[in-house]
Ligand binder design. Structure first.
Ligand code: AP5
Length: 222
């Protein structure tokens, strides 16, 4: 059983790496952004409340996120571990996750920070294409689908996300620096933080993360 958090700025590759971990270890990839976008698409009460924040590139209020994540983490597939992508994103969310895990006598195995500079993030997000059905992620230059505009995995038509306009990307980066970056120190203090250079190509990042996962498993079984 492994419980991993992926941290990093928008576009650092959290979704890409979380999908690889899901495929390799059979643990669910739980992405707060995907859950929110599904709620927006289905026009639920949560989706209606969250959409204006997401459109502006701001964080959705903690109380909405905490209820949504508590429900998701209670589902049967999450009892055997998970990889979290986009959650926690504030110190309040990290504290809430820590309390939840403590109550269950559980802990995180690793918090992996994907370090990517801002100019690379802008390039990545402007070329990203996403599958609205199965959430697979592509890039028009570096990771194109086999057939232009079509998801390799499920055949759906790929889209550009609503929050990929340059001004919204800039706002998301600002919000990351102010509200999410402090989590690096939060997890460093707990001895959980591992940093990976997120610019070395998808497969190399996968390999670096696998070394960390292997190390954390070895530490648990010692
Ligand atoms: P969310 O969906 O979580 O977006 P994000 O964190 O901004 O991250 P992204 O999904 O944009 O990027 P990523 O790091 O997953 O990168 P990816 O793998 O796609 O959040 C959206 C919004 O929802 C927020 O703004 C907020 O409003 C709300 N929200 C969500 N969670 C919340 C929370 N907990 N609290 C409050 N609000 C919340 O990769 C990007 C591109 O780069 C792709 O094209 C990919 O192909 C390419 N790529 C990936 N890895 C590499 C590599 N190693 N080399 C080259 N290219 C690469």
């Amino acid at each position: 059983m492994i419980r991993i958090v992926l941290l990093g700025p928008p576009g650092s590759g959290k979704g890409t790496q979380a999908s690889a971990l899901e495929a390799k270890h059979g643990i669910p990839h739980i992405a707060s952004g995907d859950l929110l976008r599904a709620n927006v698409k289905e026009n639920t009460a949560l989706g209606q409340q969250a959409k204006p924040y997401m459109d502006r590139g701001e964080l959705v209020p903690d109380e909405l996120i905490l209820d949504m994540m508590a429900a998701r983490l209670s589902e049967p597939d999450a009892q055997q571990g998970y990889v979290l992508d986009g959650f926690p994103r504030t110190v309040a969310q990290a504290e809430s996750l820590e309390q939840r895990l403590a109550k269950l006598d559980q802990g995180l195995d690793a918090v992996i920070y994907l370090a990517v500079p801002e100019d690379e993030i802008l390039r990545r997000l402007s070329g990203r294409r996403t599958c609205p059905e199965c959430h697979a992620v592509y890039h028009v230059d570096t990771m194109p689908p086999q057939k232009e505009g079509i998801c390799d995995k499920c055949g759906a038509k790929l889209i550009q996300r609503d929050d990929e306009k340059p001004e919204v990307i800039r706002k998301r980066l600002e919000v990351y620096t102010e509200q999410t970056r402090p989590l690096l120190e939060f997890y460093r203090q707990r001895g959980l933080l591992e940093e990976v250079d997120g610019t070395i190509g998808v497969e190399n990042v996968v390999r670096e993360i696998e070394k960390i996962v292997a190390g954390s498993r070895a530490a648990v079984s010692e």
